[in-house]
Design a protein around this ligand. Sequence first.
Ligand code: MN3
Length: 199
Amino acid sequence: MSFTLSDLPYAYDALQPYMSKETLEFHHDKHHMAYVTNGNNLINGTEFEGKSLEEVVKGSFGKNAGLFNNAAQHYNHEHFWKWMKPNGGGKVPGKLEKAIADAFGSHDAFKKEFIQAGVTQFGSGWCWLTVQNRKLAVTKTANGENPLVHGGVPVLGCDVWEHSYYIDYRNRRPDYITAFIDHLVDWDHVAEMYDGATN
Ligand code: MN3
């Protein structure tokens, strides 16, 4: 199996004003495409050829840095596009809403912790809502790393590489992550992944 770039699940201008058409054109068509192309070049002739994307990510971690970086970023971005939708944010489905309240105290407390994780990730990386030992946790990782390689299952992630926000927000990373949570997250999709990770 080779890696392929999925189309965005919405139009390039559908997330405006919170994420511009120009950002999505660069981020999806250039950055994500490069991870796919490089990943396909680097997997040729390795033991990982023919494995699923998740198996490649887990198996190459700590073994083949070049392949891992590109495969993990492909995994992260395939999900990142689906974790957003036009008119996102808002109401969290009941079962997930309760799990968030149980883990963090309240939705606002979760939001604060998630934004703080993204803001304090030094340099490039991601902040996550992840299921660890069947419980929700907020984590952050550098570069292409994700919760899969730390024993968790990511159910929501925000890309805090500068390419994700610099066109629209310049250096204002906190404003970008706040807009992501308040206006872009597709909570129905997050709830679906949460069900998959806990069933
Ligand atoms: Mn990115």
